[in-house]
Design a binder for this molecule. Structure first.
Ligand SMILES: Cc1cc2nc3c(=O)[nH]c(=O)nc-3n(C[C@H](O)[C@H](O)[C@H](O)COP(=O)(O)OP(=O)(O)OC[C@H]3O[C@@H](n4cnc5c(N)ncnc54)[C@H](O)[C@@H]3O)c2cc1C
Length: 472
């Protein structure tokens, strides 16, 4: 066994349930934690997540120091960094897996380097309930439909041996190995836009535990219905913490399984974790998902290129309040409610007929919880071109969605203050207010807030007819 160990952190900023970190501290005298910041993965692609990452590193560095473990952050490409470590350095390297095909491919190259340079290494199960290879149909082929997938996956997970406790041992003293380390602040996005995120999020493992406890104590019973109403905090909002590994899904599962009377809310919540597992299974078994439409007939769909409409969508200026509220929530907080993600997605793809890849790209850049598997699988679900997707002909009506899930317009008014004086009757169709009335309440549609950029019925018919072309 070597004297030193490096735990290579990627999306595992946690003490609890961290097998790679635990193994390193249990088996070595001296342990260092390393994060390699590869800016090519983030610049103009995942700008919002730079903020979360920077905070995660800052906070986790402090947390690790309590165990006398130093966290060094270096900028560069993982292959370059690791190829400089030699046998004489007397170091072993450990990490937890990430289940994305390109990350797995890079991991293989890194392993080759270590084998060539005779460096000891070991990797561990990542932030997932089941690894994708573990869940297949009886004939060994992958599932393409969620319900049978999850039925099988849940049974599989329950049949696994009891989970180990991954204890982190306190080291004798911290060590350093790398030169030219960077400060987490160097990772922050150039635009000051991220500063607003500070008002909405506390980035730490401790915070994720508090959120989980609050979910179990106060929310999960009603989750089945509350999760559809964007004006109430009916969902956990754990997604950015799961993405960056402040919390492991096992921890969530475990806590949920301790609930005494498990009702509909519990079931629905666990199912959502199942969708995350399903997305990971899809992108690994069908990596073509990551490159474009899973259902190839969509390759000939007549998408429209319309920069003006795309800009209106991104900036929350489409004239449909429920869509605009969602897009503004996203830009302001780095997160958007799931029902509204479906509504804005459907609007982009069906009302505006803009390729879902544009939406996927924008979400990727703005979401703090961006996750390749979930984002791509969910965008294809919305567009109708994924596996087990919503059919293209099911088109969300943004007025009815608003009236059903934000009846009083609380969510809309929160994010679109210029509609503050609009009465409930018109809050999801403000263009129907008489001009005299608009003047009375000083809310002129077309001046203070945009008129709809498309007419729902017209756009709906056009979308259906475009879809018909796929069949011919
Ligand atoms: C177009 C679109 C894009 C999306 N992009 C992402 C993304 O990049 N990253 C992401 O984590 N989720 C994504 N989702 C799924 C979902 O919207 C978010 O996971 C959820 O809103 C996160 O909020 P929460 O933690 O309060 O969820 P909860 O309702 O509390 O759910 C608990 C957890 O289950 C998982 N989950 C919930 N819903 C889904 C789902 N539909 N698919 C997969 N996993 C789910 C998440 O990990 C979530 O944190 C997307 C959905 C749509 C429609």
């Amino acid at each position: 066994m070597t004297k030193y160990a490096i735990t290579w952190l990627r999306e595992d900023f946690r003490i609890e349930n961290n097998p790679a970190l635990s193994y390193a501290t249990q088996n070595h005298e001296k342990v260092l934690a390393l994060y390699i910041y590869n800016k090519n993965d983030f610049d103009n692609k995942r700008e919002a997540q730079k903020w979360w990452l920077s905070k995660s590193l800052e906070i986790f560095k402090i947390e690790l120091s309590k165990y006398r473990i130093n966290l060094q952050i270096i900028e560069g490409d993982e292959l370059d960094v690791f190829s400089k470590i030699k046998k004489k350095d007397d170091i072993s390297i450990y990490w937890n897996k990430i289940y994305e095909p390109d990350v797995i491919a890079k991991g293989k190259k890194i392993r080759d380097i270590f084998i060539k340079n005779q460096i000891e290494f070991k990797y561990f199960k990542g932030n997932i309930l089941n690894e994708f290879q573990e869940v297949t149909k009886n004939d060994g082929t992958p599932f393409k439909v969620f319900t049978p997938f999850w039925k099988n996956a849940e049974q599989k997970f329950l049949s696994l041996p009891p989970k180990k406790k991954y204890v982190i041992k306190k080291m004798k003293k911290p060590i350093s190995f790398f030169k030219n380390c960077i400060d987490p602040k160097n990772i922050l996005p150039k635009k000051n836009w991220y500063k607003k995120f500070e008002n909405y999020w506390k980035v730490s493992e401790t915070e994720s535990k508090k959120i989980l406890n609050n979910l179990i104590d106060n929310k999960i019973r009603e989750y089945g219905t509350a999760r559809d109403y964007p004006s109430i905090e009916g969902t956990s909002k754990l997604s950015p913490y799961i993405k960056h590994g402040q919390i492991h899904v096992n921890t969530i599962w475990q806590k949920c399984s301790e609930i005494k009377s498990k009702g509909n809310g519990y079931r629905k919540y666990i199912n959502e974790l199942g969708w995350r597992e399903f997305s990971h299974s899809l992108i690994n078994y069908f990596p073509e998902f990551l490159k474009g439409n899973y259902r190839k007939e969509f390759d000939k769909f007549p998408w429209i290129k319309n920069e003006k409409f795309l800009k209106a969508w991104k900036s929350g200026m489409t004239g449909y309040p429920i869509v605009d509220a969602g897009m503004r929530e996203l830009y302001e907080t780095g997160w958007m409610h799931n029902r509204i993600r479906m509504v804005v997605g459907s609007f982009l793809v069906k009302h505006l007929r803009i390729n879902w890849t544009e939406g996927e790209k924008y979400f990727r850049n703005c979401l703090l919880d961006f996750n390749k598997a979930n984002n791509i699988a969910q965008w294809q679900w919305v567009a109708g071109c994924g596996a087990d997707a919503a059919p293209y002909f099911r088109i969300f009506n943004p007025i009815l969605q608003g009236e059903k899930f934000d009846k009083e317009g609380k969510y809309v008014k929160k994010w679109i203050p210029e509609l503050d004086k609009v009465p409930q009757k018109f809050i999801h169709k403000p263009w129907e207010m008489e001009l005299n009335f608009q003047e009375d309440i000083k809310t002129i549609i077309g001046k203070d807030y945009p008129k709809p950029i498309v007419t729902h019925e017209v756009a709906r018919k056009a979308a259906l007819s475009a879809f018909q072309q796929l069949k011919s």
